[in-house]
Ligand binder design. Structure first.
Ligand code: G4P
Length: 539
């Protein structure tokens, strides 16, 4: 179907709903304060009533060490995968990025379903490895990032040193929108550079709308009384310095991922969070245009469309029930709607889609671009699958990510070889592990972004496919999908590197090697071969 048939007549009520939506994720390293900040955001949004609700869940999860308990906890982790709340009339969808033991490809792929992100940096630690990895994924789509420097109630790095660290490691320019006054025991509060308001810190602070004290002129003597005279002087100096050294905040540069506005605070004390959230709803983008293989899809198009970015097996292995997390890209969803599942060429009726609220699930009557709906299915939906009410779209930008850990699968009962292949293929379709068949030999190599997935895979093979298998380490740590514009060269490369090549679950040629160093070596030797760190589902 050609683009000339796309109905773009302006539907004001649809546009209003789109502009109200903000769909984002938090990127951070474990312990930077993601759970604490999430909880404060949900409290502001009225989605939870008391502090501790999210936290206690995390403790339960962290205490989970074996798969069976993971399975029991799964209901909880499913419902906390997407948290929906309302703030100042904005409908906010916060997508969880599992980050402790449950770090996996899903963590990366969630970032392909959001329109923006909040990055938390621990004031004492600066940029840490997991944040760096997640940021790499954000870079792929130039996702706009707001930064929250947390734990100012503790001693840490000087703000300008953190900026330098962020700019060096993440290649994004920091533009402070608030500025801290002291830190640790000397932490007095933050000054809002734009509103020219001073927020005075007290532990266990509870913010109100009229909290900030307007200080239009930093020469105002009240400042010396509100904080100490020496702190007032340093604030004056700092603000002068920032005005001279820092570029002004530029919305377009934020929206294309070049600048990040920075806020300072203490999540646990709920301090500085409201300033960040107020700015977030104003500057974070509503759902935008999504590229597909054939054309760009605008959210206000009347025809419904969206894609699946995550599959989660449900709690009950007896029923092989799975929930597909589906991001709406255009049009309006209504309960009972009939949509086309393009990969398998069938129409399906979605009558039991679920919204995920912070503490419960609710049945959906209607939903809009930016919303995430959960669709129950029996294994027919794969990552990247597109549903529309009209033309057969294939959304782009929902890739597989190269695994970072590898294991060789050991089958304990040789008669179960077929069941093993079937089980691994289906589990790979859920997108948390990847399966490779080396060109030489007959083994299965599995790869994942987080090591917990190996235990989960073995336990699920046993529970759902009656396959008793184990896995052992293998000397591999890098995978790259390989292609070339020159078939002859690809053939030659394949012939000469057979022992380092495998096919993934979809038959794509993959180069597996022991280190980045070895990869670099191969890349130098084979300049006409492209080595890809991600692989599109829909190409
Ligand atoms: P995460 O989800 O990113 O892993 O971090 P989480 O919110 O669980 O926070 C990690 C630790 O940092 C927690 O302490 C939490 O209380 C603490 N924390 C979060 N925000 C702040 C802050 O603004 N200031 C200070 N001083 N600490 C903060 P914990 O000891 O691991 O847990 P708990 O015993 O406090 O619950």
């Amino acid at each position: 179907m050609g683009s000339e048939t796309i109905d773009r007549t302006l539907d004001k009520s649809l546009l209003k709903e789109i502009n109200k939506r903000r769909t984002f994720a938090i990127i951070s390293h474990p312990d930077a304060g993601k759970t604490t900040l999430t909880e404060k955001l949900l409290l502001f949004g009225g989605a939870i009533q008391q502090a501790g609700a999210v936290k206690s869940r995390k403790i339960e999860r962290a205490a989970t060490s074996d798969f069976l308990s993971i399975e029991q906890e799964r209901g909880i982790s499913v419902s906390s995968s997407v948290m929906k709340f309302n703030y100042k009339n904005y409908e906010i969808n916060l997508l969880d990025t599992p980050g402790h033991k449950d770090f996996s490809e899903d963590t990366y792929r969630v970032l392909t379903a959001v329109d923006c992100a909040v990055m938390i940096i621990d004031n004492a630690k600066g940029v840490e490895p997991q944040t760096q990895k997640l940021m790499e994924v954000c870079r792929m789509r130039n996702t706009p990032i707001i930064t929250f420097i947390n734990k100012l109630d503790r001693e840490g790095m000087e703000p300008l040193d953190i900026f330098e660290d962020i700019e060096n490691k993440l290649q994004i320019e920091c533009i402070p929108l608030t500025w801290p006054i002291g830190m640790g025991k000397r932490f007095k509060g933050v000054y809002n550079l734009e509103k020219k308001e001073l927020g005075i810190f007290s532990p266990g602070y509870s913010p109100k709308d009229d909290d900030g004290i307007l200080i239009n002129d930093l020469g105002d003597v009240r400042l010396d009384e509100l904080i100490t005279p020496s702190q007032a002087d340093s604030l004056r100096e700092d603000v002068d310095l920032i005005a001279g050294a820092s570029e002004p905040f530029d919305l377009d540069l934020y929206l294309n991922g070049t600048q990040t506005p920075v806020f300072f605070g203490s999540a646990i004390n709920n301090f500085g969070v409201k300033e960040m959230l107020d700015a977030f709803v104003q500057i974070a983008p509503p759902p935008g245009i999504r590229p597909s293989a054939t054309r760009d899809v605008h959210p206000q198009e009347k025809a419904f469309s969206g894609f699946t970015f995550k599959i989660q097996a449900n709690m009950d292995p007896e029923h092989r029930d799975r929930i597909a997390f589906f991001r709406i890209c255009s049009g309006k969803f209504t309960k009972g709607m009939k949509v086309r599942h393009h990969r398998i060429g069938k129409d399906i009726k979605i009558s039991n889609a679920t919204f995920f609220l912070a503490q419960e699930r609710s049945n959906i009557e209607e939903a809009y671009p930016g919303d995430i709906i959960g669709i129950h299915n029996h294994g027919t939906i794969k990552i990247g699958d597109t549903f529309t009410t009209k033309e057969p779209l294939k959304f782009l930008g929902i890739p597989n990510f190269a695994p970072e850990h590898f294991r060789r699968v050991l089958l304990k009962d040789p008669l179960k070889a077929k069941a093993l292949t079937k089980g691994l293929t289906q589990l790979a379709e859920e997108g948390t592990i990847q399966v490779f068949r080396p060109l030489m030999g007959n083994m299965h190599v599995i790869g994942a972004v987080g090591v917990l997935q190996f235990d989960v895979t073995m336990a699920r093979l046993r529970a759902e496919y009656s396959v008793n298998a184990g896995c052992e380490s293998i000397d591999l740590s890098v995978a790259r999908w390989v292609t070339s514009d020159d078939d002859q060269i690809l053939k030659e490369f394949t012939r000469r590197n057979e022992s380092s090549l495998a096919r993934d679950a979809e038959g794509r040629l993959t180069f597996l090697t022991t280190s980045e160093y070895q990869l670099g070596f191969a890349m130098e030797e084979w300049p006409k071969i492209q080595f890809h760190k991600t692989r599109e589902h829909n190409l």
